[in-house]
Design a protein around this ligand. Structure first.
Ligand code: ADP
Length: 164
């Protein structure tokens, strides 16, 4: 049986923190599916789901065992449809732990055959969050240290269009 792991999230936008997690997972598993949520607990997103998928595909094209797709509805259904049994999440700091513990515990109770595993990013990206990136970029800050070039360009375009 091939080991396929599902890495779900909003990826609004994808950052070097996410990429660091995905590169690690690509070394550990046969296949990594980056699953970009169309509907999310975050009420609105800066980028549409299609834009988020396109950016992620572009940024991850060097990883041959990684694919990117969007998903709607329940994550557990998506994981089962993909014939996977592993959900991957990233842990930055203690702040992530509470929410991730709740989510993993609920998933464990709902589908005990599916495991959630956690990876940490490279230390230099342990503080990077899409929320902060969006906020800093909206104020005109250079975020190219924290996100791939395609993403910083998309952010620049988005916010300069808004200003015009
Ligand atoms: P969600 O909307 O589900 O929180 P995100 O797109 O924000 O999704 O993140 C997806 C996953 O990646 C989550 O597990 C999140 O904790 C993790 N993550 C986000 N940024 C980083 C980072 N810099 N380092 C490690 N994990 C991260």
């Amino acid at each position: 049986m091939q080991n396929k792991v599902i890495y779900p999230g909003t990826f609004d936008p994808i950052t070097y923190g996410h990429v660091s997690i995905i590169e690690r997972a690509a070394r550990l598993f046969d296949h990594v599916v980056v699953a970009i949520a169309a509907n999310t607990h975050k009420k609105t997103t800066l980028f549409s789901v299609d834009e988020r998928v396109t950016m992620a595909r572009d940024v991850l094209k060097h990883l041959s065992n990684v694919s990117v797709c969007n998903f709607q509805g329940l994550l557990l259904d998506f994981v089962k449809n993909q014939q996977s049994r592993i959900i991957l999440r990233g842990l930055r700091a203690v702040a992530d732990f509470e929410f991730e513990l709740q989510l993993a515990s609920m998933h464990q109770q709902l589908a005990s055959e599916i495991e959630t595993i956690f990876l940490m990013p490279s230390v230099q990206y342990a503080h990077v969050s899409s929320t902060l990136i969006r906020e800093m970029a909206s104020l005109g800050s250079d975020v190219s240290m924290f996100v791939p070039e395609a993403v910083s360009k998309a952010l620049l375009k988005h916010f300069s269009r808004k200003k015009a």
